[in-house]
Write a protein that binds this ligand. Structure first.
Ligand SMILES: [Zn+2]
Length: 316
């Protein structure tokens, strides 16, 4: 059984249980937060993150993967405090959320230099703590695979090849760039079975999704509650179609919820995404799938077995 790094220490993959694979405790914009800290209320942010994670825990969720990394102001002490306070296991990420350019200090560094940053997070600890990263995040968006994005993806691949830690991506599904990510990752020797192509639920393009699935990648259908790429009401039906097509062993579902995010005012979020929360899946999506005849065994695979398989495939 592979040992996975959670923010409260190593766990065995059999301990994952029901897992949300893509939720953020907090997303902040570091330039704004460090220069204008009066705009932020850390104790309120902590309280809201704890409330959401505790509610997920009460709904049966045992583990949350939080892919907040550089570009989203990852704060590992914040994440650990929420995990310790709620009793929900949280697995933190290393990697970079950069869709265009690397920041200046890294622009002229090599792929291996960037890979070493990720490996340090995995083997030594994040932000000068002993809290280790459990997976690697990289991103491609509407800009496509820019030269810097390619460097980050190849660095993620090299860090995976050294450590066995799996990879989760951010994509712009309408641009079909999960395929470009797989091309680069496979070129570096990564098995697609170690990769979740994130935000794959933002499109109804079954040709694109079938190509990813037939290459054995996992799909992150991970924005339930949000109308990004498609309206939220369409997501459950699209997930049902993938299950009915026999792909349930490669699907991971989540909400991409942010306990707080400084891109919008809280009231704005509540108006454009009223159902968005860390319990939308357990409260609404799973009951919908049951009502459509999806058996409990398949739901258990999607919520628990697949994430374990992702870690185990990657780490063997
Ligand atoms: Zn996200």
């Amino acid at each position: 059984m592979p040992i996975i790094n959670s923010v409260t220490g190593p766990i065995d993959s059999s301990q994952l249980g029901l897992t949300l694979t893509h939720e953020h405790l907090r997303v902040r914009t570091v330039e704004v937060a460090t220069q204008f800290p009066h705009l932020y209320d850390q104790s309120k942010e902590l309280q809201l993150a704890k409330e959401q994670v505790r509610a997920a825990g009460n709904a049966g969720i045992r583990t949350i993967c939080d892919p907040t990394v550089m570009g989203q102001d990852r704060d590992i002490a914040f994440i650990r405090e929420v995990s310790e306070c709620t009793g929900v296991t949280i697995i933190a990420a290393t990697g970079m959320y950069t869709c265009q350019n690397l920041p200046e200090p890294l622009r002229n560094k090599s792929i291996d230099y960037i890979a070493e940053l990720f490996i340090r997070d995995i083997e030594v600890g994040i932000q000068n703590t002993d809290i280790k990263a459990g997976f690697i995040k990289c991103a491609t968006d509407v800009q496509g695979v820019t030269p810097d994005v390619e460097k980050i993806i190849r660095a993620a691949a090299r860090a995976h090849m050294r450590t066995g830690v799996p990879i989760m991506t951010h994509t712009h599904a309408a641009s079909r760039n999960g395929l470009d990510q797989l091309d680069l990752l496979e070129d570096e020797g990564v098995s697609a079975r170690a990769v979740i192509i994130g935000h794959s639920g933002d499109t109804c393009d079954m040709d694109y999704l079938s190509r990813l699935l037939n290459r054995q990648a996992y799909l992150g259908i991970d924005r339930f509650g949000l109308s990004v790429g498609m309206i939220n009401e369409e997501r459950p039906a699209m997930l049902l179609k993938l299950i009915q097509n026999g792909y349930h062993k490669q699907l991971l579902i989540s909400q991409d919820y942010c306990g707080t995010i400084d891109w919008w005012e809280r009231e704005e979020v509540q108006s454009f995404a009223p159902d968005w929360s860390m319990t939308h899946i357990t409260s609404d999506v799973l009951p919908y799938l049951s009502s459509q005849g999806v058996g409990q065994d398949i739901l258990a695979e999607i919520m628990a077995d697949n994430v374990r398989d992702w870690f185990e495939h990657a780490m063997k």
